[in-house]
Design a protein around this ligand. Sequence first.
Ligand code: NDP
Length: 283
Amino acid sequence: MKAQILDGKKVAEEVRAAIKKEVDEIKSKGGHIPGLAVVLVGENPASKVYVGQKEKKCKEVGFNSFLHKLPVSTTEGELLKLIETLNNDKAVDGILVQLPLPQQIDSDKVLKTIDPSKDVDGFHPMNMGYLVTGLPAVHPCTPKGIMYLLDAYGIEIEGKHAVVVGRSNIVGKPIAHLLLDRNATVTICHSRTKDLGAITRQADIIVAAVGRPRMITGSMVKEGAVVVDVGINRLEEGLVGDVDFKTVGDVASWITPVPGGVGPLTIAMLLKNTLEAGRKSER
Ligand code: NDP
C-alpha cells in the first residue's frame, strides 16, 4: 500500500468539535440554538439508520433536533403541509426530508417546497442553480464534504484534471461544478462513457460516485492520483466502496477508505449547513 489515507472520520470529528464549541458559545450568550427538522416517511430500514445517525450527531453538537416520523400511507398533501409549517417555524433552521419517499409522493415537488434558506441538503433547484453559477449557496453535503476533505489535506485542485465518475444530482454533477469552480479541468463520466479506464488514467483526481462495488481498479488509475471513493455498497462481507482499495491503494498518492472516508463528512456538512442557516436566521 503506497497511498496515504484521507481520513474522513478524523476530519469530521474536528468539524463536529468546532460546531459544538460554537453552539456552546451561542448557548452561553442566550442566542438562537440551531434546529434541524428531519422528516422520515415510512419504514425503509436504511433510511431509519441514516435518520438515527443524523439525529444522534445533531444532539451531540447541541442542536435542537425535531424528528417527524410519518406513516408510509402519508399523502403528498399532508407532507407538503408539514413542510410549510416547518418553513414558518422560527426554531427550525434546516429541513431534511429523507429520501426515497413512498411512490405516491413526488420527491421533486417536496424538495421544491422547502424554503431554499432552510434547504440544508442543498437539493433545491434554486441552490443547485446558484452552485452552478458560482453564487453563494447551500451546497449539497456530500460534495461539500469532499471539497472539505481535499482542503483539509492540502490537496491541490487548481489546474488538475479531475475525473468524476457518476452524474447524479446529489453527488456527480455538484462535485464536478465545485471542482470546476476551483479551477480544475473536469471530465464527467457516466454509464454511456466509452472506455472509462482510458479517461480515468488521465486523472490527477478521481471521484467515484457510481454505486458499483470496486469498479475502479488499480489499472484504471494513474500513478500518484488522488482517489475519492463516494460509493457505499452493502455486501455480505460488509461495506465496500466503488474503488478497489487494495489495487488502487498501490498506485494512488491519497485515497479515502470506505467506511471512514466521505460518509462521516456528509453528516458533518449537514451540521455545518444547519449552523450556517441558524447564523443567518439570527441576524
Ligand atoms: P446514482 O445511482 O444516482 O448515480 C450513479 C451514477 O453512476 C449515474 O450517473 C450512472 O450513470 C453512473 N454509472 C452507473 N454505471 C456506470 C458505469 N458502469 N460506468 C460509469 N458510470 C456508471 O447514485 P448516487 O450518485 O446517488 O450515489 C453513488 C454512490 O455513492 C452510491 O453507492 C451511494 O450509496 C453513494 N453515496 C454515498 C454518500 C456518502 O455520504 N458517502 C452520499 C450519497 C451517495 P447514468 O447517469 O448514465 O445512469
